[in-house]
Each structure stands twice: as C-alpha cells, then as structure tokens.
Design a protein around this ligand. Structure first.
Ligand SMILES: [Zn+2]
Length: 306
C-alpha cells in the first residue's frame, strides 16, 4: 500500500505534465492568398504575421507548441493549395470559404478528390444572406449527400465593416436563426455555428436546443476583444447550465494573428466554472465526435510526441 502511494506521488508530476500536453482540435483557422493578406496589429496592438509565408509558419508552430493536432482552416482556392502542400505533419483539414470561385460541379469533384473536409467559413453576416438563399442550395445539397460539415459565421464583425469592406454586412444576418430554414430543408446536414453566436449567444443555444445536431465553435469569443469575450463566457456558463457543453468545440479564429491560438487556450483554461473533463471535451472530444474521427486517428493524437 505504502509502495503504491509512493509510486503515485512520484508519478504525479509526470502525469500532470502529460495532462498539459493533451491533444487539441482547433475548428477555426484561416489561410489567405497573398493578394488578400494585409499585415495589421490586433485590437491589443500586437503585430500580425508580416507575409503569407510567415503566417503559415507561425500558425503551424503555434499548433505544434500547443499540441493542436488538427485544425480546420478556411481557405480560398489559391491559399488552400499553398497550405495543403506545406502540411507535412497532417495537421490540417481544408475548409472551403464562400463559393464565389466555385461551381457546384467543381465543388463535387473536389469533394470526391478529398479536397474539401468542411464547407466554410460561410459569412452570412458579411454578405447579407440567409443560409437558405438559393445561392447556397446546390452546395448544401452536396454537403448533405457527402457528409461534409458546414461552418457558418455567427455574430457581427470588426467595427465599421459595412463601410470599409462589406457593404452588405448587417448584424441581423449574424443571428443563428438565419440558419434555421436550411436546417429544416436539409435534415441530415452537419452544421456548426462559428463564434457560438457572439452577441446572439442565447439564440445560438436556443437553436442548438431545437436542432440537436448543431454544434458551436468558440472562435473570436475567447480572445479578440472584451465584448466578444463577455459573450463567450456567458455562452459557456449557460451551455453548462443547460447541459449542452457536449456540443461546444474549441476554435481560435487566429486570422492573421497566430498568437491567438495560445491566447484562446489560456482563456478557456482560466474559466474555473469548467471542470477538467468539460475542458477536455471542448478542446478535443466534441470535435473528434463531430468530425467522426476513427479510433486509430484518435489514438495517434494521444501519442506523447504529437
Ligand atoms: Zn473566422
């Protein structure tokens, strides 16, 4: 008995250390083509990556440093090709942004070629559309048919968005209820709400309550600014109270700032109202279930050297 106790005491620091290195899935990353990449400080004045090359390297390194074993990145056609070839450690799943540069035929071919793992980030707020807009219909049909998850931006965006870069942006289109018609039209469609609704966090939870296959990622509500951080904390407290934490997934939305990956993990870990098991579910288990990872992949993610 004494010997067992001694071994437990000796092992404690090792196990604690291993616990720190538990795997993480980030459901919300971005890559950019060079002509769309503008270096700029974040809202706290910290610099972004300075080029697309540096952006990939710093994002990938932040994933390694924080044991982010898998990340879904939203991409255009150009930026996706770049990141796919550089993904030497198989850490990335490709998300396809709003299909401006696709046709449904090309999209289906890409799905068949294994080049589309997620359809998104779809920016309903930025383009002023609902998910049941006819523009999305052929893509949603294919996603439902092939089991491709759909990732939709919810909540608002940066200050002055309608005047600076998104003339059709209106906050009402960031409401998760803008997805509801499409959810009913495509009853097998797998969907997650990026940013967990942000200012519409209660609507996000209500939608998730009605449509029990809908998940949420945390995105900017873990780091970008005090206002989304407030919504994020309230969302998590209510999700816990309502028994819905098992459909909440970690996402950083690192955009041009790879340091946001670590900031977001730290913010989540700072919530003392979450248990260790709940944090594990949010950081890994819920996303593994949502993405339907097989047992071998999950086991490989739990290897110490990941
Ligand atoms: Zn995003």
């Amino acid at each position: 008995m004494k010997k067992a106790l001694l071994i437990a005491v000796l092992l404690a620091p090792v196990l604690a250390n291993a616990g720190d290195r538990q795997p993480i899935i980030d459901m919300h990353l971005h890559s950019y083509a060079a002509d769309r990449f503008r270096p700029a400080p974040d809202q706290y004045g910290r610099p972004s990556s300075q080029s697309v090359g540096e952006h990939f390297e710093q994002t990938y390194q932040a994933m390694r440093d924080n044991n982010v074993v898998l990340g879904v990145y939203s991409s255009s056609k150009k930026s996706a090709a770049d990141w796919s070839t550089k993904d030497s450690e198989n850490r990335l799943l490709r998300g396809v942004e709003d299909p401006q540069d696709w046709t449904p035929e090309a999209f289906e071919q890409a799905i068949k070629a294994g080049e589309v793992q997620v359809f998104g980030e779809i920016g309903l707020y930025y383009v002023g559309k609902t998910l049941d807009d006819p523009f999305y219909a052929p893509y949603l049909k294919l996603c439902e048919q092939y089991g491709i998850p759909v990732a939709v931006h919810t909540g608002g965006g940066p200050p002055q968005a309608p005047y600076l870069f998104a003339p059709n942006a209106r906050l009402k289109y960031g409401n998760p209820y803008m997805l509801e018609e499409a959810l009913v039209q495509y009853p097998k469609l797998k969907v997650y709400l990026m940013h967990a609704g942000e200012t519409y966090y209660q609507e996000a939870l209500r939608l998730m309550l009605t449509h029990s296959r809908v998940y949420a990622d945390l995105g900017v509500v873990l780091w970008v600014h005090e206002s989304p951080k407030f919504y994020g904390e309230e969302f998590l407290r209510l999700a816990k109270r309502f028994g819905m934490l098992d459909r909440v997934m970690f996402g950083s939305d690192q955009m041009r700032w790879p340091h946001a990956i670590e900031d977001s993990i730290q913010q989540l870990n700072s919530f003392d109202f979450l248990t260790e098991d709940e944090r594990r579910d949010i950081l890994y288990n819920n996303a593994a279930r949502f993405l339907e990872l097989d047992e071998a992949t999950i086991a490989s993610h739990h290897q110490p050297d990941q």
